[in-house]
Design a protein around this ligand. Structure first.
Ligand code: NI
Length: 256
């Protein structure tokens, strides 16, 4: 079975057929899904999805695009949401210097603050790092996150950087970009990272894998990522499925 470790089913692109898409998961070999959160106002809708579909878990946290108007009381709200047993991680949090939708000093402040909250709660973190590798690694190094772990979502860094992340006991996630024809670096990193530290994801509705690029993504396409990873690692697709499923369960402390 497959575990899609990063999806956004509360996105408006699923509003017309969410039930149809999610009901199709069990018969299509998708066993578990982690719905990633981008802003706190999404959490009630995300929790409704989790309640209806027992195989969907979630995170709570504020994406770097959305941090500009955050306040300290929002951290109390985050802590309250995180107490829900369906919430398994703090995220997605991090830095995005590609879009720069929020000023960089503000992004850094709230990234560091949310890592601190995760440490207080002893919960894993989901990292969003786009074109901000150095600052992202500096913040995580300073915070010392070895006791909480988590996952680098849609990993786009180097092998060197991956080494340090693995030293911290964090998982590395690969998604649709691994299947893109021009994808060189993710393939190189995927060769390097041991299979027991890899998880897979769709980031749906974004980042649709080949051969469906351009269409809306969903967890029904996660098998393309598993197949590509099997090819890179020279092992069976079944081995990739089993390993990444167990890894993601461990990463998010899902024991049932
Ligand atoms: Ni995401």
């Amino acid at each position: 079975m497959l575990f899609d470790s990063h999806a956004h089913y509360n996105d408006e692109r699923f509003k017309d057929d969410l039930d149809e898409v999610l009901s199709a998961m069990p018969e299509n070999n998708v066993g578990l899904i982690l719905n990633s959160c981008s802003e706190l106002s999404e959490v009630p809708d995300i929790l409704k999805i989790c309640e209806k579909y027992p195989f969907v878990y979630a995170s709570a946290g504020v994406h770097p695009h959305e941090v500009e108007n955050l306040t300290e009381p929002d951290m109390d709200t985050l802590i309250q949401y995180a107490a829900n047993p369906k919430i398994k991680a703090i995220g997605e949090i991090g830095l995005d210097y590609y879009y720069d939708f929020s000023p960089r000093d503000v992004q850094k402040k709230w990234f560091a603050r949310q890592v601190e909250v995760a440490k207080e709660l002893k919960m894993p973190i989901i990292i969003h790092d786009r074109d901000a590798h150095k600052d992202c690694m500096d913040i995580l190094r300073d915070a010392d996150i070895r006791d909480i772990g988590g996952v680098f979502h849609c990993y786009a860094g180097s092998v060197e950087m991956a080494k340090e992340i693995l030293d911290w006991g964090m998982y590395i996630a690969f998604g649709g970009s691994l299947t893109f024809k021009k994808s060189v670096r993710p393939v190189e990193v995927a060769k390097y990272v041991p299979l027991d530290m890899i998880v897979i994801e769709t980031d749906c509705p974004y980042l649709t894998p080949e051969p469906h690029r351009g269409k809306r993504n969903s967890s029904l396409y996660i098998h393309y990522v598993a197949e590509k990873l099997a090819e890179i690692k020279g092992v069976s697709v079944e081995e990739i499925e089993n390993a990444t499923f167990e890894n993601a369960k461990k990463c998010f402390n899902i024991t049932d």
